[in-house]
Design a protein around this ligand. Sequence first.
Ligand code: AMP
Ligand code: MG
Length: 415
Amino acid sequence: MTPLEDAQQFVLGSCPPKPAVTMGREAANGLVLAVPVVSAEVVPPFDNTAVDGYAVRSEDVAHAGEAPVELIVNAEIAAGAAPDRPVGPGEATRIMTGAPMPEGADSVVMVEDSERLGTDAEGVERVRLSATVPAGGAVRRAGDDVRVGDEIFAAGSVITPPAQAVLASVNAQTVEVYPRLRVAVLSTGDELIDDGSPLELGQIRESNKTMLAAMLAETGCDVVDLGVVRDDEAELERVLRSAALDCDAIVSSGGVSMGDYDVVKAVLGRIADMTWMQMAIKPAKPFAFGTLTRDDGTRVPIFGLPGNPVSSMVSYELMARPALRRMMGHSHLTRQHLVAIADTDFARQPDGKVHFTRVSGSFADDGRYHVRPVSAQGSHQLAATASADAMAVIPDGEGVAAGSDVAVLLLRGDQ
Ligand code: AMP
Ligand code: MG
């Protein structure tokens, strides 16, 4: 049996990042930057007010906290407008959040600390201000968020929605990223029914492909659904060859275990460079990986996952997901590992394998993550596994006693 880590290293070695491309920032959500982004602009682009209120010279309101002062309102500036006159001694300009600071003013008294006194017979408007503000108070300085030449995002960072907003704020229209993968998914087996028709004895509903397509989407891939392929060599070969022409990777389920009727093995063995593994884990022992080489030399990875639904899920998590993330330029390939507390015994027998026991987990008052196995652990019992939050990693041996530390791998979240 192949140790999990050896199998993972072998697969990752054949799944290098795809060449970077330039694309519009809107299309790049969730993708990884191949080169840093350096800002060509300042944010904010000019000194502006953080509050609605009155732009003043701070010395004019130095004692307004104790004795309110009355100032002449010389102008009003809305956000988007440019100031057209300076603030002189004894004057204030009414100003809205985000509007540029007028010359002469160095601070802003917020509207809550003001009282409008109206306009007198000469047409002079006044305001009473009852707060002291220091020089610079409530002013957002040009460049205090981003300056020209700042490296705002390093190579390797993931473009998140706020990152997209920052790119917009510095007018970075395009980014250089590792492209989203286009991944084909198929399931194999004559017993699989996916059209809703009544089941005859021996038939089951197709379920892996539905799960794997959603898992691929969650990984950030574009999914090409190849459907259910019957146990027919010519058909399987045709479907796989055509997928390899326009997909970056292929994920199939079924037909890789020892006793399998050998259609998948025969076809993949013929058209791709495959390695068939018995991994030292439970579930998901059988696993196949290989590459199909296009005429232009491009190597398309193929992940042959086992057909049992729980095994399929675990195999995707442990083998396919990290490799697909590497192809998309990620440096964090697996989800978060943490040391949890076993709330029950995790008994097992030595069998040379690491067991990935599906668990539900929650953080308790002691700040620790506590886990207990979900109700059924058979590799066909996906209903129980579907409610799992994590997998407890139980090394070969007699298991882990209740109350002990146990390593877990979360099933949600990227890092
Ligand atoms: P296999 O790996 O093809 O030997 O399949 C192992 C078990 O998983 C069998 O009980 C299959 O019927 C079942 N199975 C295979 N593919 C699927 C699928 N796409 N959806 C649900 N069950 C499947
Ligand atoms: Mg099968």
